[in-house]
Write a new protein. Structure first.
Length: 345
């Protein structure tokens, strides 16, 4: 049998076997056995050394034609096998889109976060800036800059977590106000700010007390700031938070960093001032403390207290949320029970 006849037989055999191949491994084995370095075609071409110079080009052309044909068929078969594999995979993994889907549980912002953001929006609308600060503070900024020297008895009102003799967990957000006063340029305008954040005091946790809680303190400093400005600001706040029909009452009080100082009460939103269990039959509910900034606080910040005056106030988000939503245990804010937040979607 001539070499040409052997190539023809090999072609016939290859064209017969190729359509029956169904997987990539078998296809690759077939390619190697026919066209590989040790394949059948290579073995046939070893006989070219015995051919004449005229016959060799003819056999070479025939071998190349055969190689090109089989290579093309191999590529087509490979694409066919791959398509079949994909089709089977899609068939096995088909989803019934008509089936009802699984509901994905969505989280909800904590009620304290919602309360904080609502208060922030009110003050942003009045032109205030929101300033954040450090939760770990120095004794100087936490107490001394608030007119509370080391021997001041009012320090006992705020039982403190001390890290060192001079470093502590802040007991209020007032240090943010002190640092902002240091940095503010009053030639460019008044200072109007609130400083929301978490604060810490050594306390026994119960229904109305927690060793950590939240505060929003506000500060306004400019020329000719008076108590009437403070009352108008607080009146706007309580009407926005508790309803337009609410009234505000200021009672004399004492805070080291304000003079004069007041406690702010609102008319009871449950009984309208007639007296009930919420307001303890007084018709009024205490919500925050405030006052005119003490001249010593201004002077320690390098602010001329004969030219500038200001007011400050502080409220607790927990207190506001408990009053608005009838929550009777502060610990519910911190226990991590999702049902607590789900009530306030």
């Amino acid at each position: 049998m001539t070499l040409q006849e052997k190539i023809a037989d090999l072609r016939t055999s290859a064209l017969e076997k190729l359509p029956k191949i169904a997987d990539e491994k078998t296809l690759n084995d077939f390619r190697v056995s026919v066209l590989g370095k040790k394949g059948e075609l290579t073995d046939i071409l070893k006989g070219m050394k015995d051919l004449s110079n005229e016959e060799r080009p003819k056999l070479g052309a025939l071998a190349n034609e055969f190689r090109d044909e089989i290579t093309s068929l191999l590529e087509s078969k490979k694409s066919e096998i791959e398509a079949t594999i994909i089709a089977k995979k899609l068939e096995n993994e088909t989803l019934d889109v008509t089936l009802p889907g699984k509901k994905v549980a969505k989280g909800n912002r904590h009620i304290l976060t919602q309360t904080t953001e609502e208060i922030e929006d009110i003050f942003l609308g009045m032109g205030y800036q929101i300033v954040d600060g450090y939760e770990v503070e120095t004794d100087y900024y936490n107490f001394e800059r608030m007119n509370l020297p080391k021997d001041h008895p009012a320090r006992d009102m705020q039982d403190t977590f001390y890290i060192t003799s001079d470093i502590l967990l802040r007991t209020h957000t007032s240090p943010v106000q002190a640092r902002t006063m240091d940095a503010h340029d009053f030639t460019k305008g008044p200072l109007k700010m609130i400083s929301p954040g978490r604060v810490y005091r050594r306390d026994t946790d119960d229904a109305t007390h927690s060793h950590q809680f939240h505060q929003i303190e506000g500060l306004v400093i400019d020329e000719n700031i008076a108590m009437s400005d403070l009352k108008g600001t607080l009146d706007t706040l309580v009407k926005k938070m508790f309803g337009a029909e609410r009234k505000i009452r200021l009672r004399p009080s004492y805070f080291p960093f304000t003079e004069p100082s007041v406690e702010a009460d609102i008319s009871c939103f449950k009984c309208g001032g007639k007296g009930c269990n919420v307001c303890k039959m007084t018709g009024w509910i205490e919500v925050l403390g405030a006052g005119m900034v003490h001249p010593n606080v201004l002077e320690m910040a390098g602010i001329d207290s004969t030219k500038y005056s200001g007011f400050a106030f502080g409220l607790g988000q927990e207190r506001i949320a408990m009053l608005r939503y009838g929550i009777n245990d502060i610990r519910g804010f911190y226990l991590g029970d999702a049902r607590m937040s789900e009530q306030f979607k």
